[in-house]
Design a protein around this ligand. Structure first.
Ligand code: MG
Ligand code: MG
Length: 265
């Protein structure tokens, strides 16, 4: 069941999503070689709770195992999604995707950004840049009158034109009172297919893109998803509201990229 949102509900979604952006900006300030993802998680959880919200990832149920133990997913290098924060220090040349969710006044924020740690290879930087471009190309399609498949196709086409892998097992989703609502928003698909996009449809668009093959596997912790070939993966996510003419981006990378300044890609 797809729930279209009222203007009031969209504003509540925006507040929850802007808090995610501000949380990720706090992490941007401290991401560097030597910091652990567990330290990042502590900062994120405290920041979210200090602002009257709940970290939605913490305790998130898993049909295959235990609930998620942290407030962020921290996915380093070949980890595609759902990396569990740990005590391994980040090192020069790593990339880390930080996915974060909040619940504020009953509505959910969900956004993800891939950070470069120190000096990252040109090849991996290009992967990140292309994944972020694909996210915005998908968002361009999220307007009244288009179909869901137009978003999926735009993301896929941009990434496959660079010979990257497009992960299929995990997808974007509707977002609202629940973090994961209908419809699913795949990062691959056919133009002109799928549900018609209507005003008030709020969705998270989140390309998960690999440098090599799109084949993935799940670690024995039943959360961590990695590329089979061990090559890097990038992940960017915005929550948006469909509108006439131009999508309304509810989350924001502005604060993050202000912190990164000339290092932002
Ligand atoms: Mg997310
Ligand atoms: Mg999401």
């Amino acid at each position: 069941m797809i729930f279209l949102k009222t203007e009031d509900e969209i504003e509540l979604l925006r507040q929850a999503n802007l808090l995610v952006g501000r949380t990720l900006a706090e992490l941007a300030k401290i991401i560097k070689p030597g910091v652990t993802t567990l330290e990042l998680d502590k900062v994120a959880e405290e920041f979210i709770r200090d602002h009257g919200a709940i970290p939605t990832f913490k305790g998130f149920p898993n049909p295959y195992g235990g609930p998620f133990p942290a407030s962020i997913c921290a996915s380093v290098n070949d980890v595609v999604v759902h990396g569990i924060p740990n005590e391994v220090p980040l090192k020069d040349g790593d990339i880390v995707s930080i996915d974060c969710g909040t619940k504020l006044n009953g509505f959910c924020g969900d956004s993800c950004y891939t950070f470069l740690v120190g000096e990252v290879s040109e090849e991996v930087k290009q992967l990140c840049k292309t994944t972020k471009e694909a996210l915005y190309l998908g968002i361009e399609q999220a307007v009244v009158g288009r179909r869901l498949g137009d978003i999926s196709y735009a993301v896929e086409n941009h990434c496959t034109s660079h010979s990257y892998g497009v992960v299929r097992e995990f997808v974007g989703h509707g977002v609202g009172r629940d973090m994961h609502e209908d419809p699913q928003v795949p990062n691959y698909g056919k133009r002109g297919s799928g549900p018609l996009l209507k005003k008030g449809l709020c969705i998270a668009i989140e390309p998960m893109i690999t440098l090599g093959s799109r084949q993935i596997f799940m670690e024995s912790d039943r959360w961590t998803v990695k590329t089979r070939d061990g090559k890097a993966a990038a992940h960017y996510e915005h929550s948006i509201a469909v509108r006439q003419g131009k999508a309304d981006i509810l989350s924001s990378f502005e604060e993050i990229e202000k912190v990164l300044s000339d290092k932002a890609i």
